[in-house]
Each structure stands twice: as structure tokens, then as C-alpha cells.
Design a protein around this ligand. Structure first.
Ligand SMILES: Nc1ncnc2c1ncn2[C@@H]1O[C@H](COP(=O)(O)OP(=O)(O)O)[C@@H](O)[C@H]1O
Ligand SMILES: [Mg+2]
Length: 254
């Protein structure tokens, strides 16, 4: 795909943690309105890649990035870029859900309030829309004022997704969002991601190859900090170009 059509273009990106190089010359064009799964064994650089895309990586001391990442054709590293706004446009969901110690409603309203979208009616509307999109609304609609901590782990993760969605992002990055979750919550999150792709771009490091198979439009396989190949899910799962991809998806190593 040409770079112009990409929502995110990663061009020749290297990332170093002090002397240790974690990403090697990554080139990846991420299509709008799609779900890209980035898969690979532990230590392949999935987290580093995801965290590079909204510049969370640079919060780690000693990190250095080379190369270029474009969002809608514009460098995310340009001096004029407001990093807070970048992270609103490119939201992130982590593996361990960490709701804020406040009510369910306030968790979702927190970001929009900070952004000055404080009018009460508008906030409630946005909260409902975000909670519905995260497949949590039916669970919580009668208990919005209860503490977020009273929710189950799977519900807390859906709340974290709703919190990101309330900022009306264009891209969401999810780093093994279902790793500790029950199958029902996992299915709800997968269902919600498949709906979200209609309005935004989803990049996920799934917790296993099966999850990538269930939800992905495209799949990128990484190994030891290098991108081995990227293609449609169908090609990656049935006819990958590289034998290492085949070995990984068939469970020969992992
Ligand atoms: N803060 C850090 N300091 C030093 N090395 C790190 C740091 N974070 C990650 N790494 C190294 O970078 C490589 C990629 O890590 P990571 O992106 O977390 O991989 P993955 O998410 O695929 O398991 C690994 O070798 C890891 O040990
Ligand atoms: Mg990781």
C-alpha cells in the first residue's frame, strides 16, 4: 500500500534502550479502518512498537528512536506536535487494566473534562456512547456512581477501553488487552474491536495467535525486533512467505 493511504506509516524505525537495540529498521504501513495484529514471541518488540506510535516510549529513560512515524502523513516527532493531543488521537490500552480510584462514570468523564468538554449533558452522552462501544453499558448503566474498583477484571478492562474511546481517538493501540481475562470478557472486547474498526484504526498485540486469527484484517509477524512479514490474516495463516512465520503460527516455538 502506498504511504499516502496509510493511517500510520512507520518508516525505517530503530529503537534503542541505551545500548540495547529493541527494534531494527521497522517498515509498516497501517491501513485506516482495519484491525492489525502484531504477533511474535515475548521479547520481539511488540510493546516497544506500540509505545512508539504514540510516543509513550520516550517516557522510559535512555530510549532513543531513529526513523520516522507518520500519522495521516505528518511526522509525530515534528516540533509542532502536541504530545498530549497525539496521545488523545492515538489512545492506548494496557495489559493490566488500571481504572482510576473514582466512580465508573468519572473514569469515563475524566479525560473529556480535562479537555474542556465539561457540560453535563454532553458528558453523559459521551460516556454512554463510549461504554456502549466498549460493550460495558448494559453491565453498568444502573451503577454508574459506584466505584470502578467494584467491577470484575474483565469489566475494568472494558472500562479502560471506554475511557480511551471517550477521548474520541482515531487510532487505538492495545497491548495484550485480554491477557488476564475470562473468555466472556475477551469475546466482548473482540466483538467491540470489530465494530470499532468501522470508525477507527485498531492495532493490537493479541495475547495469542488464536485471538489474532479471530479478529484481524491484517497481521504483522515480528521476531527479535525485526518485522518478518505483514499481510492479510488469510495469507499469514494459510500461506506465509517466511518459514519462521509458519513455525510460529503452527506453535513450533513461542
Ligand atoms: N526499559 C527497557 N530497558 C531495556 N530493555 C528493554 C526495556 N524494555 C524492553 N526492553 C527490551 O527490548 C526488547 C523488546 O521488548 P518489548 O518491546 O517489551 O517486547 P515484547 O512486547 O514483544 O515482549 C526485549 O529484548 C526487552 O528485553
Ligand atoms: Mg510486550
Amino acid at each position: 500500500m502506498c504511504a499516502d493511504a496509510a493511517k500510520i506509516a512507520v518508516n525505517n524505525v530503530d529503537v534503542f534502550y541505551r545500548e540495547k537495540q529493541a527494534l531494527f529498521g521497522i517498515n509498516l504501513h497501517i491501513r485506516p479502518h482495519s484491525i492489525l495484529s502484531v504477533i511474535g514471541p515475548a521479547g520481539s518488540g511488540l510493546t516497544t512498537l506500540l509505545r512508539s506510535v504514540n510516543r509513550l516510549c520516550e517516557l522510559t529513560p535512555g530510549v532513543r528512536t531513529q526513523g520516522e512515524i507518520l500519522l495521516d502523513g505528518k511526522s509525530i516527532h515534528a516540533p509542532a506536535v502536541d504530545v498530549t493531543e497525539l496521545r488523545r488521537r492515538v489512545g492506548m490500552v494496557f495489559d493490566v487494566p488500571a481504572p482510576l480510584p473514582m466512580s465508573i462514570f468519572d473514569n469515563v468523564a475524566y479525560g473529556p473534562r480535562l479537555n474542556g468538554r465539561g457540560r453535563k449533558g454532553a458528558l453523559m452522552e459521551l460516556a454512554e456512547k463510549s461504554l456502549r462501544a466498549a460493550a460495558l453499558w448494559d453491565d453498568v448503566k444502573d451503577r454508574l456512581r459506584e466505584p470502578a474498583m467494584s467491577l470484575s477484571g474483565g469489566q475494568q478492562q472494558r472500562l479502560c477501553i471506554a475511557r480511551v474511546l471517550a477521548l474520541e481517538p482515531e487510532v487505538i493501540l492495545l497491548d495484550r488487552p485480554c491477557s488476564g481475562l475470562d473468555p466472556i470478557s475477551t469475546a466482548k472486547i473482540e466483538e467491540s474491536l470489530m465494530q470499532l474498526r468501522e470508525t477507527l484504526t485498531v492495532v493490537i498485540a493479541p495475547h495469542n495467535v488464536q485471538q489474532a486469527g479471530r479478529i484481524s484484517d491484517r497481521v504483522a509477524f515480528m521476531l527479535s525486533g525485526s518485522l518478518i512479514e505483514e499481510n492479510t490474516a488469510e495469507v499469514i495463516f494459510t500461506n506465509p512467505a517466511d518459514s519462521r512465520t509458519n513455525d510460529y503460527i503452527t506453535g513450533r516455538f513461542g
